[in-house]
Write a protein that binds this ligand. Structure first.
Ligand code: MRU
Length: 357
């Protein structure tokens, strides 16, 4: 998708280095950063220069390729894979991508191992782009149906950033929105700010602006009253891990939005590529929920009066804060899952109907 009129993907390999858009600097600075080693990849994931489940997966895939490039000793690559998997715990795409890379290169001792690793990392990214495009084509039908009934702008609420910046391209939750916009359907997006890191305000609103899609940032607690007033036609969010029973783990605050949607008969959709499905864990209580540094809550960053980026402390110095990064939305609150293969009920039956295993 576009930034200042130029088409980008979020990650690519060029002249022996991986390039990423540093998302910690958006929206105030647009910086392309070089990731040269597997250690750099781990760091980029940890400090969230890259984030969003599919992009974390793509970065981990290239991380393995960089490990091979640095030192193709199998022990080094294995240790690197373990460290990559530990870099962020919740998004299942991370382990999925590392496992796929390790399987691809296992037992290859020839000079070709680097080419094979790089090709597979690119394939993981290309596949994600295609899947996200298909999520958009499938999700477009939902927006179209609402528009055909309403004959007026479709108001869509989203949480966090499940946009193209969280994937390789298109996004998951935003892909149907981009497709609707391209088709000429009038859409307007309510963008949850998404405290504490403000991925909604800093990334979703930013990328929608760049694609000329009307959007309005709201404080995280505003969605409820907007739904009561009939100003939300549908919600659509992404996910970091969806269980085979349809339970959805996503950015903290998603659950509360789903509860408000249920109370107000607003359909609540979750968009995901199949790489985000966890077929193994059966109970959502077993999903590792990341707890991040509480300074993400007590400090904020933005432009000062002179236009310089500045970090300020906003809480009383002595106050404790806690920062759980994800929550669980039980399947019963999810109207449907929008995947690359089609739309299905958020249930074992629904997922099995699309992904026969
Ligand atoms: O902590 P983040 O910014 O990595 O969290 C991102 C989200 O919660 C997204 O909604 C999710 O990864 C889906 S991205 C298509």
């Amino acid at each position: 998708m576009k930034i200042q009129g130029k088409e980008y993907r979020t990650i690519w390999y060029e002249r022996n280095v991986v390039k990423i858009i540093d998302q910690t600097k958006l929206p105030h600075q647009f910086i392309i950063k070089e990731v040269k080693t597997v250690k750099d990849s781990i760091n980029a994931i940890k400090i969230m220069e890259v984030r969003g489940a599919p992009l974390i997966g793509g970065t981990a895939a290239y991380g393995i390729a960089l490990a091979v490039q640095e030192n193709n000793d199998p022990e080094f690559i294995k240790k690197s894979a373990e460290k990559l998997i530990q870099s962020r715990p919740t998004a299942i795409n991370l382990k999925w991508a590392v496992d796929r890379m390790m399987k691809k290169i296992s037992g290859i001792n020839s000079d070709q191992i680097l080419d094979i690793a790089l090709k597979e990392a690119k394939e993981i990214c290309d596949e994600d782009e295609k899947f996200c495009e298909n999520i958009g084509i499938n999700g477009l039908k939902i927006i179209e149906e609402i528009y055909n009934k309403k004959k007026d702008t479709v108001n869509i609420l989203t949480h966090c950033n499940a946009g193209w910046l969280a994937t390789i391209n298109w996004g998951t939750a935003t892909s149907p929105i981009y497709h609707a916009h391209k088709k000429g359907i009038p859409v307007h997006v309510w963008v949850d700010e998404t405290r504490p890191r403000n991925q909604g305000a800093n990334l979703t609103s930013y990328e929608l602006n760049e694609e000329e899609i009307p959007n309005t940032i709201i404080a995280d607690n505003t969605g409820g009253i907007l739904m009561q007033r009939g100003e939300v036609d549908m919600c659509i969010v992404g996910t970091d891990r969806t269980l085979s029973n349809g339970d959805v783990c996503n950015k903290i605050g998603t659950y509360l939005k789903a509860l408000a949607a249920k109370d107000n008969n607003v359909p609540f959709y979750v968009a995901l590529p199949s790489s985000t499905i966890d077929w193994n864990i059966k109970n959502h209580k077993d999903i590792p929920i990341e707890e991040r540094n509480s300074e993400e809550l007590s400090y904020m960053e933005g432009l000062d009066e002179s236009g310089n980026v500045k970090k300020i402390q906003i809480y009383p110095k002595r106050s404790k804060a806690m920062n759980l990064a994800f929550d669980i939305t039980p399947a019963k609150y999810v109207t449907a899952l929008v995947t690359e293969k089609g739309i299905c009920e958020a249930s074992t039956k629904g997922l099995n109907s699309l992904f026969k295993r």
